[in-house]
Design a protein around this ligand. Structure first.
Ligand SMILES: [Zn+2]
Length: 202
């Protein structure tokens, strides 16, 4: 049986003209390799000398303000932005590829901004969590998946049973959706092993 993650998506070359861009979404639970996959696509475009910009929301400063850092320690320089329109304002005329890490932390405006860029001919690659710690759609990800040309769902390995994991189990008591406690506060779990709420006290 093929793993759901055995495919890799590698589109053709640089978008050629206005209207010929597209949106790619790379999503999944924590520890599913979303950021590695985003950085792999970004690196591949850079090797082809395509003008690339990589962004991340300013809210996420777990490790470094200006780098995208995967759990495995792979890094790339990224521009922290305060909002979707802040991101839009930093894209240059020559930019061919726009990467966005932790896209779930943007508000709904990021969907329109991704569309504006794709309409201009930009390849937009957005990576982020598809579900929050309760298993609910996280921020703008559902709408972004709906309008994307290409979607990749990655899976981690369930920390309890070893099956494909689609959910992020929070291990500490906090009800904030934006709680970013780092890797130690979560583990990946499959649908069957995921427990909603039970670890949240009171
Ligand atoms: Zn499991």
């Amino acid at each position: 049986m093929n793993s759901p993650d055995s495919h890799r998506f590698d589109p053709p070359g640089r978008p050629a003209a206005p209207g010929s861009g597209w949106i790619e979404v790379v999503c999944g639970s924590m520890f599913s390799g979303k950021t590695e996959e985003l950085l792999r696509r970004i690196k591949r475009a850079r090797l082809a000398r395509q003008p690339v910009l990589l962004f991340k929301p300013r809210i996420d400063n777990r490790y470094d303000a200006v780098k995208v850092v995967s759990h495995e320690g792979v890094t790339a320089d990224a521009l922290p932005v305060a909002s979707a329109d802040d991101l839009l304002g930093r894209v240059r005329a020559e930019t061919a590829v726009v990467g966005i890490d932790e896209v779930q932390f943007f508000d709904g405006r990021i969907v329109a901004v991704a569309g504006i860029l794709a309409d201009r001919g930009v390849r937009v690659i957005a990576a982020g969590l598809d579900q929050d710690y309760r298993g609910e759609p996280f921020g703008p990800i559902g709408a972004l998946l709906a309008v994307a040309e290409y979607a990749t769902k990655l899976h981690a390995v369930c920390a309890v049973c070893g099956a494909h994991a689609s959910r992020s189990q929070r291990l500490v008591a906090s009800e904030a959706q934006l709680f970013v406690g780092g890797a130690a506060a979560y583990e990946a779990r499959c649908r069957g092993c995921f427990v909603d709420d039970v670890l949240v006290s009171e």
